[in-house]
Ligand binder design. Structure first.
Ligand SMILES: N[C@@H](CCC(=O)N[C@@H](CS)C(=O)NCC(=O)O)C(=O)O
Length: 220
C-alpha cells in the first residue's frame, strides 16, 4: 500500500492527500516532519514534506508525486486524456507553485506563526504575488476548475496555495489578492465544499497545536 509521509498542517502534504482521496486509493499516513537530520534526509533528499513511499522506494516533490500517482494508480483521472491538455494542467500547476505559493511562503512566518519578516522580503512578495495572480487570471480557465471543466492536479495546487497567499496578502501585505478575481473566489469555495476537504481540514486543525508547539520550542 502507498504510504504518505508528512504532517497535516503542510499544504503540499494536503495536495497529495486530496489526490489520493479523490482517486479512492488506500494509503497509510506516516508522521514525518522533514528537516536536516540524517534519518530525515534518508527519506527525503532535501528534507521536505511530503514523501510518497512506493513499492520501488521513496519519492519527493509534490508535482512529481502527483504525476506518479496519476500514471501508476487507478481511480478518478486528475489529468485530461490528451497530451496538450495534460501539459496545460502542468503549466498552470507550475505557475501557481512558482509565482504564488513560493512568494507567499516567504511571509508564512509572519502571517501564521507569530514571527516577523523583513520589510524587503515583504516588498518582493507583494510584487511577485501581484504578478503571480495576474498570470493566473490570464491563463486560468475557471470553468469552473482552473484548467477547465474537470478537476485536475492544477486545482490541488490552487486550493492549497491560493488560500494561504490570500491570507498573506490580507494579514501581512495589506492587499486583497482576490478583490477583482471572482472566478478564483468561486473556485476556492467550490473546493472547500469537496467532500474530502472536511477530513483534511479536521486533520489540519487537530495537528495544529502540536505543530505550533514545535515552532515555539524551536524544534522546527
Ligand atoms: N518543492 C517541495 C516543497 C515542499 C515543502 O516546502 N514542504 C514544506 C512543508 S509545507 C517542508 O517540507 N518544510 C520543511 C522544511 O523545509 O524543512 C514539494 O513540491 O514537495
Amino acid at each position: 500500500m502507498l504510504k504518505l509521509y508528512g504532517f497535516s498542517v503542510s499544504n503540499y502534504y494536503n495536495m497529495v492527500k486530496l489526490a489520493l482521496l479523490e482517486k479512492g486509493l488506500p494509503f497509510e499516513e506516516v508522521a514525518f516532519y522533514g528537516g536536516q537530520a540524517p534519518q530525515a534526509l534518508a527519506v527525503s533528499p532535501r528534507g521536505k514534506v511530503p514523501v510518497l513511499e512506493t513499492e520501488h522506494g521513496f519519492l519527493s516533490e509534490t508535482s512529481v508525486i502527483l504525476d506518479y500517482i496519476e500514471q501508476t494508480q487507478g481511480g478518478k483521472a486528475l489529468l485530461p486524456a490528451d497530451p496538450f491538455g495534460q501539459a496545460k494542467v502542468r503549466e498552470l500547476l507550475k505557475e501557481i507553485e512558482l509565482y504564488i505559493e513560493l512568494p507567499a511562503r516567504t511571509c508564512y512566518a509572519e502571517s501564521f506563526f507569530g514571527m516577523s519578516v523583513e520589510p524587503l522580503v515583504k516588498e518582493k512578495a507583494r510584487a511577485d504575488l501581484l504578478a503571480g495572480f495576474s498570470t493566473l487570471k490570464r491563463n486560468g480557465r475557471f470553468a469552473p476548475f482552473v484548467a477547465g471543466e474537470q478537476l485536475t492536479l492544477a486545482d490541488l495546487m490552487f486550493c492549497f496555495s491560493v488560500d494561504l497567499a490570500y491570507a498573506v496578502g490580507k494579514k501581512v501585505l495589506n492587499i486583497d489578492l482576490l478583490a477583482d478575481f471572482p472566478q478564483a473566489k468561486a473556485l476556492l469555495q467550490l473546493m472547500g465544499e469537496n467532500p474530502h476537504m472536511a477530513r483534511i481540514v479536521a486533520d489540519k486543525e487537530a495537528a495544529m497545536p502540536a505543530f505550533m508547539e514545535m515552532i515555539r520550542s524551536g524544534k522546527r
